[in-house]
Design a protein around this ligand. Structure first.
Ligand code: DAH
Length: 345
C-alpha cells in the first residue's frame, strides 16, 4: 500500500473541515463571510495554488487537480447550505403567528366623484357635443367683469340682489359665472359658443336653498342671428339629457340687466314632485335657469357690434340641478363635506 503524500492528506482533511464549517453557518450573513474566506480572491483555497513550487514536480498536476476539486466541493456545499437557510427563512415567515395568509383582506375604501362633478361632467359632455367650448374663468373677479360689463353700474339696484364678498384690493368673489361673458367675447370675438362652469359666492344667510358657496354653469352663444326659439330648444335638450326624464318646466319673464328679453325657467320640484317641501320652499317649483338674449350693452362691452352680433345666455344653478337629480333636500349638504352624505352617491 503506497503512502499518500502529505499534501493529499491535507486536502482530504480540508474537505471535511470546510464541510463542517459550512454546516455550522447558521445565517446567510455568516455563510457569506465563510464563502469569502474559503473561495474569495484572497481566500484560503485559491491560496493553496501558491504552494506548487514546494510540491514534487511529478505530483504538481495531481495537486492542481485536487485543489480545483476541493474548490468545487466547497462551492457546492455552500450553495446547498444557502438553499437550506433560505427555505428556513421562508418557513419562519409562514409560521409567524402574526401572519395569516387566509385572513380576508380589509376592503379598500375607494373614493368617487362628488355629485357636483358628475353632473358638471354630464353637462360638459352635452355641450361639447353641440360644439361649445368649456371655459374656466377666475373666482376672484374685477368689479368690471362681475358687474359693470354686464350692464350693472354702481347705482343699479341689481347690485343689492347679489350680496357680495368684497376683497380689500377692490376685487370681489364672483357672485355669478356671468362674470365670464365679456371675458369670453374678448377672447373668442364672434361667433362662438361656450359654457363656463364654476363656483360662485354670495354674502348671505344660509338655509336649505341658500348657500354662500355654490355652483353655476354659464352658457353663452354669439352669432349673427340668434332667437329665443333657439335658446329654448337648447335648454330643452340640456334638461332632458341631464335629468334623464321628462321634466315639467315653465317660463316666466325675468329681469336681469344683462339680457333683454330675460326669462326665468322653473322646473317642477323633483324632491317632492310638486307637493311642496323645504327644497322648493313649499312652492312645488324651483327656479332653475334664468336666461335671455344678450343685452346690446353687454355685446358692446365685449367689443362686439350689436347691429352685427346677437347672443343668448343662461345661468344654470348647478347645485340646484344636482339637488333635483338626486333628491337632495338641503343645498348645504353639497359643500358640507360630510362623508355620510357623500358616500351615498
Ligand atoms: N347671473 C345670474 C345670477 O346668478 C343668472 C343669469 C340670468 C345668467 C340670466 C344669465 C342670464 O346668463 O341670461 O343670478
Amino acid at each position: 500500500m503506497s503512502e499518500l503524500p502529505d499534501w493529499q492528506i491535507e486536502i482530504d482533511q480540508g474537505v471535511v473541515r470546510w464541510q463542517a464549517d459550512v454546516d455550522a453557518a447558521d445565517s446567510l450573513e455568516s455563510l457569506r463571510s465563510l464563502e469569502v474566506r474559503a473561495l474569495g480572491k484572497a481566500g484560503e483555497i485559491p491560496a493553496l495554488m501558491k504552494r506548487i513550487p514546494q510540491i514534487p514536480p511529478q505530483d504538481r498536476k495531481s495537486f492542481g487537480q485536487a485543489v480545483n476539486a476541493l474548490q468545487g466541493t466547497v462551492a457546492a456545499a455552500i450553495e446547498a447550505r444557502r438553499l437550506v437557510l433560505v427555505e428556513g427563512l421562508i418557513d419562519a415567515e409562514l409560521n409567524d403567528a402574526t401572519f395569516d395568509a387566509a385572513v380576508g383582506a380589509v376592503p379598500l375604501k375607494l373614493g368617487h366623484p362628488h355629485p357636483l362633478s358628475t353632473v358638471q361632467a354630464d353637462i360638459e359632455a352635452i355641450f361639447t357635443s353641440m360644439g361649445f367650448h368649456v371655459l374656466d374663468y377666475p373666482e376672484i373677479e374685477s368689479e368690471f367683469d362681475n358687474f359693470e360689463a354686464l350692464n350693472i353700474p354702481g347705482w343699479h339696484p341689481a347690485r343689492e340682489m347679489q350680496d357680495t364678498f368684497w376683497l380689500e384690493s377692490g376685487h370681489l368673489l364672483r357672485t355669478h359665472t356671468s362674470s365670464g361673458q365679456v371675458r369670453a367675447m374678448h377672447q373668442f370675438k364672434a361667433p362662438f359658443r361656450a359654457i363656463f362652469p364654476g363656483k360662485v359666492f354670495r354674502y348671505e344667510a344660509t338655509d336649505a336653498s341658500h348657500e354662500h358657496t355654490f355652483h353655476q354653469v354659464e352658457g353663452l352663444m354669439i352669432d349673427r342671428k340668434v332667437t329665443v326659439g333657439h335658446l329654448l330648444d337648447s335648454m330643452r335638450t340640456l334638461l332632458s339629457a341631464i335629468l334623464q326624464r321628462e321634466v315639467e318646466i315653465r317660463l316666466r319673464p325675468g329681469y336681469f340687466p344683462f339680457v333683454e328679453p330675460g326669462f326665468e325657467l322653473d322646473i317642477r320640484c323633483q324632491v317632492c314632485a310638486g307637493e311642496g317641501c323645504s327644497a322648493c320652499k313649499r312652492r312645488g317649483w324651483l327656479e332653475l335657469l334664468p336666461c335671455g338674449l344678450v343685452h346690446p350693452n353687454v355685446l358692446r362691452a365685449g367689443g362686439l357690434d350689436p347691429d352685427e352680433w346677437q347672443g343668448w345666455a343662461f345661468g344654470l344653478g348647478l347645485s340646484r340641478l344636482v339637488m333635483m337629480r338626486y333628491g337632495v333636500p338641503d343645498v348645504r349638504l353639497l359643500m358640507g363635506g360630510d362623508l355620510r352624505f357623500l358616500s351615498q352617491f
